[in-house]
Write a protein that binds this ligand. Sequence first.
Ligand code: FAD
Ligand code: SF4
Ligand code: SF4
Ligand code: SF4
Ligand code: SF4
Length: 415
Amino acid sequence: MSAKGDMFYTQASEAAILEKGECGGAVTALLKYALESKTVDAVLTVQKGYDIYDATPVLITDPEELSKCAGSLHCGTLLIPKLIKKWLNGANDMKIAVTLKGCDAKAMYELAKRQQINLDNVYMIGLNCGGSVSPITARTMIQEKFGINPDDVVKEEIDKGKFIVFTKDGEEKGISMDELEEEGYGRRKNCQRCKTKIPRQTDLACGNWGVIGPLAGKATFVEVCSDKGAALLDAAVKAGAISTEAPIPKGIEIRGKIEKTMHKLADKQREAQFAKMGEGTERLKFIMDETSRCIKCYQCIENCPICYCVECSTKKPYLVEPGRVPPPFMFHLIRFSHISDSCVNCGQCEELCAMDIPNALFMHSLQVEMEKMFGFTPGVNMDLPILALVEEPTERDRLASTGSDQIYDIFKTEE
Ligand code: FAD
Ligand code: SF4
Ligand code: SF4
Ligand code: SF4
Ligand code: SF4
């Protein structure tokens, strides 16, 4: 019997899944078992779309169809939770299993605490994540830096700090991510700042870091993160869908070291990227200048996992004058004030912005500041966001009795 905190080298028992899986095929085998055993009604995951730079979400109910999704798509920059909210009624009507990168996992919690997703009906299969690459950047960098036609690439992978491509003619070429990122290519900027490398808020966190010895490259490293995850893993072992063995202690140590190194790199990136915006009024001016390109396409709102409101304040004429492009700065201020405490740095508002405005950079910088001030970390558990702690009737009473409009008494000095 496994328990929260346990770690395993895991392999799919079915040879075809083991072969096709990114590492040990454990994720595909677990998803298949969950469907076959009717633990879930459907699996939400992604598959290759138009080309290897395109990840398409897919809802699968036939277990035999799962193997076509095996493998990792590093240029698929989808955020899955908002799809569950929008198209699957927040998983209220069916039990689903879903694969989630760190930012997806955080978004699941932020939507769940806003009652937009029913986590009781969801098995969260976490994927460790060193980062993803925007499809546009991937194509440009393969053309310009690798000297390869991006349409000739049949597989990409990120291994030992390198972005590696394989062509249809059997050519293999890898370039270090550090080198690529120094030249403006490589992972998305939000990924460079991200510290959710092993998503322990899911039920099972799966990856390749830490698999050494005879199974290196051939097993999935699974960390059990909840009782629900333990039960699924045990049942899949019992049914013969997967096999597990104890990890090599040195492998666990290496995995821990990689995670720490990634955190340090992300801290450095945060410092450097935030510093480029300047401080105080200089930063405000930077944000106002950048957002002056806005054409009010609403993609940042449509795709943000924290934006869930039926009636969005940015569409209220008394707050944002309609018919003006660029919209008044109030449009962006509304988003900053509603979301900044809970931003999970998923990058969607930047990735999908029609005008390439670095929205995620602004919002993440605010979130980091608010986390320092109020100690609230978004996306790690069901703790309510800061703004939710202000209840209107209570706040009205407080205003009436104290006469102070300071919701948070952050300027209070010790007496
Ligand atoms: P498989 O059996 O091959 O199943 C993988 C499942 O993940 C499939 O269901 C597939 O549809 C789904 N999937 C593929 N791409 C995505 C995506 N973009 N978003 C959501 N679901 C997806 N592990 C590490 O240890 N270190 C890393 O640095 C690391 N970086 C990663 C970066 C990305 C963008 C992704 C997607 C994964 C990363 N992983 C990393 C996880 C690793 O690549 C494997 O997914 C994991 O080890 C499971 O292997 P498997 O053979 O069991 O998975
Ligand atoms: Fe992965 Fe983090 Fe980037 Fe999400 S933000 S894709 S979890 S590195
Ligand atoms: Fe993601 Fe942007 Fe919303 Fe933050 S503000 S959660 S980066 S879409
Ligand atoms: Fe809701 Fe504010 Fe997002 Fe509009 S901007 S959807 S009001 S959170
Ligand atoms: Fe403006 Fe970009 Fe948001 Fe569109 S996605 S509304 S252009 S900030």
